[in-house]
Structure formats: structure tokens, C-alpha cells
Design a protein around this ligand. Structure first.
Ligand SMILES: [Cu+2]
Length: 125
């Protein structure tokens, strides 16, 4: 499998879904470089399930499924995207909370018996 990713994070190749949504994020031009976090998604977990970041600095969360379609929803925000099934690419979310706090996320697509346990936390410090 060919991957074409730059370390800087400003350029990346995505096969599949690109979703950018955050109440706090700025327009595409003049964005701060984001902290990149790769998350593996599978029945019934997100790995890592805890993401640590600095408030005010954007984080770019790249979600890749190891099995079926999943969802990624951050409670209290408008972020809610579908993660395509294995082999269909990566879903990317940019998130930039202004204030320190804990932001809970969960799978938003019914994926089986353990669906309700697919949760995690973003800790903005
Ligand atoms: Cu699910």
C-alpha cells in the first residue's frame, strides 16, 4: 500500500473521506500547524482512546478503521463523521478547542454489540 504523507501535516493524501469541522477552527488559509494524531478504530475501541493536546493549538485526528464503518462524534461540538471501512481510506478531523477541558468522543455509527463502549476523551491542557 502506498502512503504519501508529509511530516509537516499541511499536505496529506487521503483516499476517502475528508471532513473538517470545528466551531473554533479558523479558515483554511493561515492555519496553525496542527498536532497530528493517528487513531485506529475497530470493534469496539479507539486506539489511543485518550488524546492529549494543548488548548488553542489545533489537532488533526486521522481515523482509520480496521474493520467496518464507524463514526466519530465529539460531544458538545458539530463534529460527527463517518470513518470508512478498512481499505477505504482515512477520515480526518481538525479540532481546536480554545479552552482547557475534557471532550468526550464516541462512535456514532451502530457497529455491533459493543458499540456503546466505543468511547474516548480528548484532554486539552
Ligand atoms: Cu459503533
Amino acid at each position: 500500500m502506498i502512503r504519501n504523507l508529509t511530516r509537516a501535516g499541511s499536505l496529506f493524501t487521503i483516499v476517502g473521506v475528508l471532513a473538517i469541522s470545528s466551531g473554533a477552527s479558523t479558515p483554511a488559509s493561515g492555519q496553525q500547524p496542527a498536532q497530528i494524531v493517528d487513531v485506529t478504530v475497530e470493534r469496539f475501541s479507539f486506539t489511543p482512546s485518550e488524546i492529549r493536546m494543548k488548548a488553542g493549538t489545533p489537532v488533526e485526528i486521522r481515523l482509520r478503521s480496521e474493520d467496518t464503518d464507524h463514526g466519530f462524534r465529539i460531544a458538545g461540538t458539530e463534529i460527527n463523521i463517518t470513518i470508512p471501512k478498512r481499505g477505504r481510506g482515512t477520515a480526518t478531523v481538525r479540532f481546536q478547542p480554545d479552552k482547557p477541558g475534557r471532550y468526550e468522543f464516541e462512535c456514532s455509527k451502530l457497529c455491533g454489540a459493543g458499540h456503546a463502549f466505543m468511547r474516548g476523551t480528548i484532554v486539552a491542557e
